[in-house]
Design a protein around this ligand. Structure first.
Ligand SMILES: Cc1cc2nc3c(=O)[nH]c(=O)nc-3n(C[C@H](O)[C@H](O)[C@H](O)COP(=O)(O)OP(=O)(O)OC[C@H]3O[C@@H](n4cnc5c(N)ncnc54)[C@H](O)[C@@H]3O)c2cc1C
Length: 394
């Protein structure tokens, strides 16, 4: 019973573990030269707050003990899904079932190609170590992208004594997780920490003179910096899978068993699209990877495939006194934000209600929660998602 797992991140390692626990011989292909690691920690790695050994998911020995043949630096360059064959390092191997877990890839701005040493996407170990290498000679760091990784980077960079500016093209930071009110309070917290925040703007031109980068924003404003870190979104590289004969859309399309359009080929983590949705969290990658590993073995043994649950995956962030908790949509048809606490400066707590009655300010179903500077009541609210608001005690 042989299972091939392509991609050794959160989903791939979990799939490999589950398949090996169920008695399969597993080959785990990784395109990276280092042991699989906890990706969110690459931010701390970039700013010297943690070492590579401290972010590995498992020690080298663990793979050996679990009968997992981990192949580092082994990018899968060709897959034949129907034959369940993977080519890596010029060698083709055939399996009884496959799991694809190749994750997402960073959106690369044109400037990255033009100035590869000065404009670095925050993504993996390689990029983090490149950023870290440059910090010694950096006084002003520009961060393009005001999502959670941009915010976290800015806080670390301030602690390292750098001047920091975040430029975010949306009209607020963390627009995917926070509404206007919560994002406003977070912005003030960042400013209090010494971070300059520019929203609703993007970089128009970039040039380099005397070792410094001249940046022109689209409102004509000019900034000078020494290094640019980008964290501007993700993309999915799908050509390999399209060529493999697997159905793709915005990701690899999977069903509730994490099975792709090809029987016996499963997928999990950031690369997949399930029910039209692509998720990008460690918790989901972990669960989907585990489910894919489980079902890969079930497929080989001719057993019924098991439904793979999709756990709620809230954002829980704490960096010293900057705390962010969020779950659910930030806005949408029929959704109203009800503010529970707002001191305008440090604490913001709000819920998103669906179909609440604005005239009586009551009713509705709890769909989302956003909190800055406090986590008071977050857990109970998280557990109450989908319940009528009258039945919830905030
Ligand atoms: C900077 C940053 C911060 C983040 N912070 C958070 C956070 O705080 N909380 C959270 O929940 N999520 C966070 N995320 C998202 C989270 O890291 C991803 O959701 C998670 O890593 C997805 O796991 P995965 O296994 O699908 O993919 P990945 O962990 O990306 O692993 C995929 C692996 O497959 C490899 N691969 C790709 N193609 C091939 C190939 N052809 N052959 C072999 N190997 C291949 C890749 O190199 C990679 O090693 C963050 C992401 C980033 C980049």
């Amino acid at each position: 019973m042989r299972v091939g797992v392509v991609g050794a991140g959160h989903a791939g390692v979990e799939a490999a573990l589950r398949a090996s626990e169920l008695g399969a011989r597993v080959v785990l292909f990784s395109s990276e030269p280092v042991l699989p690691y906890f990706r969110p920690k690459v931010v701390a790695l970039a700013f010297g707050q943690v070492e590579l050994a401290g972010i590995c998911l498992r020690p080298q020995q663990w793979y050996h003990e679990h009968g997992i043949d981990l192949r580092l630096d082994s990018e899968a360059t060709h897959i034949d899904a129907h034959a369940k064959a993977v080519t890596a390092g010029g060698r083709e191997e055939t399996f009884d079932a496959l799991v694809i877990a190749t994750g997402a890839a960073p959106t690369l701005l044109a400037f990255v190609q033009e100035f590869p040493n000065d404009v670095i996407p925050l993504w993996g170990v390689r990029e983090s170590l490149a950023i870290r290498d440059r910090l010694g000679g950096t006084r002003h760091l520009l961060i393009l992208g005001g999502g959670i990784s941009g915010v976290e980077s800015a806080l670390y960079a301030r602690e390292a004594g750098l001047d920091v500016t975040i430029v975010e093209k949306m009209n607020r930071v963390m627009s995917q997780q926070l509404g206007v009110g919560a994002a406003g309070v977070l912005t003030r917290r960042l400013q209090k920490a010494g971070v300059s925040v520019v929203t609703g703007r993007s970089v128009e031109t970039l040039s380099k003179q005397d070792g410094r980068l001249d940046v022109a924003l689209d409102d004509g404003r000019e900034l000078v910096c020494d290094l640019i870190l980008t964290t501007v979104g993700t993309t999915r590289r799908l050509r390999l899978f399209e060529q493999a004969g697997i159905k793709i859309d915005r990701g690899i399309v999977v069903d509730e068993y994490q099975q792709t359009s090809v029987p016996g080929v499963f997928a999990g983590g950031d690369i997949v699209q399930r029910d039209g949705v692509r998720t990008a969290t460690v918790v989901r990658a972990h669960e989907q990877g585990r489910g894919a590993g489980d079902n890969a073995v079930a497929f080989i043994q001719g057993r019924k495939l098991a439904y793979v649950p999709e756990p709620t995956s809230p954002l829980l962030f704490k960096h010293k006194d900057v705390e962010i908790q969020a779950v659910g949509p930030t806005a949408g048809d029929g959704l109203t934000e009800r503010v529970l606490t707002n001191d305008g400066e440090t604490v913001y707590r709000a819920v998103l209600l669906e179909n609440s009655d604005p005239s009586t300010d009551s009713g509705g179903t709890l769909r989302g929660v956003q909190m800055i500077g406090s986590h008071e009541g977050f857990r109970p609210l998280l557990d109450s998602l989908g319940k009528p608001w009258q039945e919830v005690t905030p």
